[in-house]
Design a protein around this ligand. Structure first.
Ligand code: PRX
Length: 634
């Protein structure tokens, strides 16, 4: 087992050691795992190119560590509990031995379809156990998975398939979410008409059993491809630095980029953080409510918990179906000990009213966690009092797709808690705050841009197919530092509070979306000339999407114009990117060089027009008044 930190003093000691001797420290953690060949060197790095390699020369397969390594001791222990969308259906429990068999069998099926090491496999599936099996089967063969959240549109899916030059797409017939039945396979069909020439095969898992159209020669059923396949499959042994997965995420500019993680470092970091952050104890039932389409699901539903030999719950549905008591039902039914969710879900359940949680006893709960966006104090207190009955520590875990695992966080029951503070850096993490000139801010009571000065094992290695973009985005803003895109403050004792993004990325219900992406989509809508999108505070979603739109002429029917815009955004990106507010404006405030002054638009969207700053340098200062007037009537 990797090191288990049991007290705050131990944390302080371990942290100091991890900074003084990072290589020695991480080598100790890595020794726990099964390596087929030891590494020659622990770390090789520079943030200039950037080039980061952990456990150089080591060879392994991550699934051997998630599955095979546990068989002797916990073959009969439940690895995965699947809670279906429909509460009257029975939950499915899969032991480590069964999961091993399912993964091997599907890996053999993929192999028979010609999948080999290095091939890219796109997984566009709902939250069924087969999604986890698909992820692990790819890793078993050294194939690179690219999971795309099954709420993205055909256009977004096609972009991701093309960028990664995907060979095989894995999908399901339908996605049962709440009262909806989403035609996932049909979305794949549509995506594949959009120039995805590299795709040779589509494998379809039968989930709901409703009818779908299968394309002869291209599409095959999951149950057919696994027929007769053995439940043993030798893992493909890969290099520590071979790619494990690509996961697309949004940034300030351009299309989403494919963040790349590799086998060795990611394995060591996700297991170590999982056990220490949540203070996982042997036999605990752990539930993370994220979707595997996001990094939280990769690291803390699949890899981290399985590497630690835990029992991980996978939930197919939504928090409010059939009612707002569903989460608490699932916790009671499966005797969940550790519960990890997003602030947006907490706020939505809090808003649904206390009747759904009142009188519920959830004695199994020991640890609560949040992730994905800043948590406001009211939601934190409600979570602490109503869900945790004031006896469960809350770990507010800050991290990103690019970081692979949790970087700033309390350790449950060990770190003194302060609401809304992600608190201390995890061992091995060296954060700093810098000002706009890149000058490091010293001491406490300071606010700045959050950077990390030293690599950790699960830092991103590149952005797929475009290393220069990786350098530009994360390593060029501040010399020799990884720039997170977040602003933060550091208070007495060195605890961190994450404020939010400082770039043109907004965080809607914990989903990260680039404003430029939404603008591009809106601009494809009829009669739209130009648009500017900003975030504004939203009670449930954290941030809402506010779109200012210039049209090509007067809008006669605002309702149908709105509908067109929303439909276009849904078609181009997906429902998560639909603007909450749309304002038709005569112009957008621009500098003399033609740049949109987003600062002003943000202030208006926030309803804070007391101090718009100096607008006299604008090319068109007169539009500001017009926009302000129009915004009041929204
Ligand atoms: O702004 C931060 C916010 O989510 C961003 C990362 O989004 P993504 O890559 O989609 O990963 C989300 C899940 C790890 C960050 O740049 N964020 C994440 N966790 C927190 C947070 N903001 C405040 N507090 C957090 N605990």
């Amino acid at each position: 087992m990797t090191l288990q930190i049991r007290s705050f003093e131990a944390y302080q000691r371990v942290y100091a050691r991890s900074v003084a001797d990072p290589e020695g420290f991480w080598a100790e953690q890595a020794h726990t795992f099964q390596w087929r060949k030891p590494w020659r060197q622990v770390l090789k790095w520079n943030f200039r190119e950037p080039r980061v390699k952990w456990f150089v020369g080591g060879r392994l397969n991550i699934t051997e560590n998630c599955l095979d390594r546990h068989l002797e001791k916990r073959g009969r222990q439940t690895a995965l509990i699947w809670e279906p969308n429909n509460p009257s259906r029975k939950a499915r429990k899969i032991t480590y031995r069964q999961l091993h068999g399912l993964v091997c069998q599907f890996a053999n099926a993929l192999k028979a379809q010609g999948v080999k090491k290095g091939d890219r496999i796109c997984i566009y599936m709902p939250m069924t156990p087969e999604l986890a099996v698909a992820v692990l089967a790819c890793a078993r063969l050294g194939a690179i998975h690219s999971v795309v959240f099954a709420g993205f549109s055909a256009v977004s899916l096609a972009d991701r398939i093309k960028d990664a030059q995907v060979k095989v797409v894995l999908t399901s017939d339908y996605n049962a979410r709440g009262a909806k039945n989403i035609a996932v396979k049909q979305i794949v069909d549509e995506a594949l008409t959009l120039g995805c020439d590299t795709v040779e095969r589509v494998i379809v898992h039968q989930n709901t059993g409703d009818p779908v159209v299968m394309q002869e020669g291209r599409d095959m059923w999951w149950h057919d491809v696994i027929k007769g396949k053995r439940k043993q499959c030798k893992p493909t042994i890969v290099d520590s630095e071979d790619m494990l997965f690509i996961l697309y995420t949004s940034g300030s500019t351009g299309k989403p980029k494919g963040v790349v993680h590799t086998h060795g470092g990611y394995m060591v970091y996700t297991e170590f953080t999982f056990r220490n952050v949540f203070q996982y104890e042997e036999g605990d039932v752990y539930w993370c409510t994220a979707d595997i389409g996001w990094v939280t699901g990769h690291s803390y539903i699949v890899y981290g918990p399985l590497l630690a030999g835990a029992t991980t719950v996978m939930f197919e549905g939504v928090p409010t179906y059939p009612d707002a008591g569903r989460f608490w039902d699932v916790i009671q039914r499966h005797k969940v000990n550790i519960f990890y969710t997003a602030p947006t879900a907490i706020r939505a359940l809090m808003a649904a009213g206390d009747q759904w949680i009142k009188g519920r006893r959830m004695p199994s709960l020991r640890v609560l966690g949040t992730v994905g966006e800043p948590i406001n104090e009211e939601a934190w207190q409600w979570y602490h009092e109503r869900v945790g009955k004031k006896r469960c520590p809350i770990v507010d875990t800050w991290w990103q797709t690019e970081t692979g695992g949790i970087l700033i966080t309390p350790l449950a029951g060990i770190t003194p808690l302060k609401p809304c503070y992600a608190s201390y850096p995890f061992p091995g993490i060296q954060p700093c705050l810098v000002d706009a000139n890149g000058k490091e801010l010293e001491g406490d009571g300071v606010e700045g841009m959050l950077c990390i000065k030293f690599p950790w094992p699960s830092i991103l290695r590149t952005t797929f197919g475009d290393h220069e973009r990786c350098r530009q985005t994360y390593f060029a803003t501040f010399k020799d530092k990884y720039f997170t895109g977040d602003g933060a403050r550091r208070d007495a004792g060195g605890i961190y509070r994450i404020i939010g993004r400082v770039d043109d990325v907004i965080n809607v219900s914990g989903h990260r979306i680039g404003t430029a992406e939404i603008e591009d989509a809106i601009n494809k809508s009829p009669n739209v000339v130009e648009s500017a999108v900003v975030g504004y505070p939203h009670d449930i979603k954290g941030q809402g999407i506010y779109a200012y739109i210039i049209t090509s002429g007067p809008v006669a029917d605002i309702a149908s114009f709105r509908k067109n815009v929303l439909d276009t955004v849904t078609r181009e990106i997906g429902p998560i990117a639909k603007p909450d507010k749309i304002q038709v404006v005569p112009g957008l405030p621009k500098t003399r060089s033609g740049k949109i002054m987003r600062r002003i638009l943000r202030k208006i969207a926030e309803g804070d027009t007391s101090n718009l700053g100096d607008t006299s340098t604008l090319l068109n200062p007169e539009v500001v008044d017009d926009i302000q007037q129009g915004s009041k009537s929204l």
